[in-house]
Design a protein. Structure first.
Length: 231
């Protein structure tokens, strides 16, 4: 593979490193690879694109690559996020082209951005999911949804402790659309409700046991009031 030559119009020097935010899919058999294996996939993709991943300083350098919201095994991602730092000046259009060509089956590049390095790590506000409900009559599920929406808090018991979230939270949502049950859960510092816990609470926990695929449709990030780096 020929090295990617920086374009004078599309590339811009950003000190000695460039920070990237990439949105992508993780579907099919890829939903069974671990968080660590997913990192290795990205490291290989960067090497094939002739990009050098940056490492942290200190006695135990680590690759500067992070997933703001790690995904549990078995869940498909229709909008996953990875943030990483690479060395040198980059041509975003050329990187986009190479990554799309080298991605394995089940992975698709949705968006590639260069970000200001000073922004810090992304803050996750919540995530959205969907699963086929397989119900001929959705009225019992709709009744459970309405009952939950009338509560100020949704409490979930986990190992003798109560985890709860406000039903008025902008990132809490339950709804039925066609053959799918959609829901969104906020990311809370005190502890967040897990997708499997929410499904069990509304009476759909058996879907996961029966092998139906849960999909995460979006990861919602706090967007800082600083524009992306111009490329």
């Amino acid at each position: 593979m020929q090295p990617i030559s920086p374009s004078p119009t599309a590339a811009r020097p950003i000190a000695d490193k460039t920070r990237l935010r990439i949105r992508f899919t993780k579907c099919g058999d890829l939903r069974w690879i671990s968080h660590r294996d997913l990192q290795r996939v990205w490291e290989r993709l960067l090497r094939r694109a002739d990009l050098q991943l940056a490492f942290s300083q200190g006695f135990h350098p680590k690759p500067l690559i992070s997933f703001p919201s790690a995904l549990a095994l078995g869940i498909e991602a229709l909008d996953e996020v990875v943030e990483l730092e690479i060395l040198g000046v980059v041509d975003i259009a050329a990187i986009d082209q190479v990554l799309r060509r080298e991605m394995p089956e089940g992975m698709e590049l949705l968006e590639l951005q260069a970000l200001e390095r000073a922004l810090g790590k992304a803050k996750v506000l919540g995530a959205s999911y969907r699963i086929e409900h397989q119900l001929l009559d959705t009225s019992p599920l709709q009744a459970r949804i309405q009952a939950i929406q009338q509560l100020p808090l949704l409490p979930i018991e986990r190992e003798g402790k109560m985890i709860s979230c406000e039903t008025s939270d902008p990132f809490f949502e339950l709804k039925i659309e066609g053959t799918y049950f959609f829901f969104s859960l906020p990311n809370l510092a005190a502890g967040s409700i897990r997708p499997s816990e929410l499904l069990a609470h509304v009476g759909l926990g058996h879907l996961l046991e029966d092998g139906w695929t849960l999909q995460r449709t979006a990861v919602h990030l706090l967007e800082p009031n600083v524009p992306p780096v111009a490329t």
